[in-house]
Design a protein. Structure first.
Ligand SMILES: *Cc1c(COP(=O)(O)O)cnc(C)c1O
Length: 376
């Protein structure tokens, strides 16, 4: 019965995911590996299903942010290399090694803990050095890189399988930000040269997130780490898109009730909206508990049967109200699209702009109460 689409849900348009991957492959030289970011439940799209999709498409490396995100993946039969993009809590290290994750490492202390655990479990572990060239979040300084590389090289239990860095402003079109990113790439390459000078193989080199991929050819190196662009959004809205990406997620909810109200009727919590004429109001079964932010109250539009209607009154925990006018032929059971890929529909950038945020927060904010259905 799970297959029957009903209630409030997300449609995950796999053909759009396939399209975005194809656009990405066409954009990159052939030899470059792709390591999709499927952290935060694949930005809300469902990590296990999305991981399987990527493996079917020939991808062999995935990345996540937390150790516990790997549990469902390994239990679900995902056996490929999984890059762990953050340092874990030291209490999770045994699980990290058990799950055979590939951690990024930015300190000797963390390396020592990883080595100790690897010995304990009679196994070996691939690690990637992360070098902080300007993000300021994780990573050793360029000067410390040598020391980390030597430690790993000397350890019979650890293998230096790669080196990486991360960009804070690769998606920006400002000149100073473009220069900043290029300087990061230079600094990263210098650190790598030092490793090579010691006759140590640095492994796979990678730096590019979606911003790097779209705006900085120099950042491609051996592998790229795309996230948001695969899910169909540019990381920055203030640029002319050169790549034709298609949003993958469509967030839908049914109309559950319709009534007529006279002019001058106020409604929903706080009575923040009042009808200026006689109209029909549709109740939709979605609210802030699903990830439809309360700050959208009286601001957003919702798409029903090919037309946009204003959402009116406060967004409640589980319901919202639409002013659908006297003329519309909307009936209960019709689906409203809160955001989606089709022309005319609001998309996640539109909601993000109303909320002064980015589409990442919109798609990964859709609650687990909302079922995901995968459509080809
Ligand atoms: C999330 C993340 C990415 C992907 O970023 P997008 O902007 O979604 O492409 C790449 N690298 C690291 C280290 C990340 O944390």
């Amino acid at each position: 019965m799970d297959k029957i689409i009903k209630g409030t849900h997300c449609l995950i348009h796999l053909q759009n995911l396939r399209h975005n991957l194809k656009i990405l492959k066409e954009h990159l030289p052939k030899r470059i590996k792709i390591c999709p970011a499927i952290k935060a439940d694949a930005y809300g799209h469902g990590a296990l299903r999305v991981a399987r999709f990527f493996l079917e498409e020939g991808i062999s490396f995935l990345s996540i942010a937390r150790v516990n995100e790997a549990i469902q993946l390994r239990q679900g039969g995902i056996e490929c290399s999984i890059l762990l993009l953050g340092h874990c809590d030291y209490r999770e290290i045994s699980q990290l090694v058990e799950l055979s994750l590939t951690p990024v490492v930015g300190s000797i202390a963390y390396l020592k803990l990883l080595e100790e655990e690897t010995i304990k479990q009679h196994t070996k572990l691939d690690v990637h050095i992360i070098i902080d060239t300007g993000m300021g979040r994780l990573g050793c300084s360029p000067e410390e890189t040598e020391e980390l590389a030597i430690f790993i090289d000397k350890s019979p239990y650890l293998k230096l399988a790669g080196c990486c860095t991360h960009f804070p402003v690769s998606d920006s079109s400002k000149k100073e930000h473009k220069d900043f990113t290029e300087r990061q790439i230079e600094s990263f390459k210098k650190s790598i040269d030092q490793i090579k000078k010691m006759n140590i193989d640095p492994g796979l080199l990678h730096s590019a997130n979606s911003g790097g991929i779209i705006f900085h050819e120099n950042s491609f190196l051996d592998m790229v780490r795309p996230g948001i662009m695969l899910y169909g959004y540019y990381p920055e809205i203030k640029v002319n898109p050169t790549l034709d990406l298609k949003p993958v997620m469509e967030f839908r909810s049914p109309v559950t009730y319709i009534k007529e109200i006279p002019k001058g009727t106020a409604l929903s919590y706080g009575l923040t909206w009042e009808s200026s004429k006689q109209t029909k109001i549709a109740t939709i079964s979605v609210g802030y508990a699903d990830g439809y932010n309360r700050n959208l109250s009286n601001k957003s539009n919702v798409w029903i049967n090919g037309k946009a209607y204003p959402q009116v009154g406060r967004v409640c925990m589980d319901q919202i109200l639409m002013d659908i006018g006297m003329e519309s032929s909307i009936e209960t059971g019709d689906y409203a699209t809160l955001f989606g890929p089709e022309k005319g529909q609001p998309d996640a950038w539109e909601l993000a702009t109303l909320l002064n945020t980015i589409p990442y927060e919109i798609t990964c904010g859709i609650n687990h109460r909302v079922k995901r259905f995968y459509v080809e």
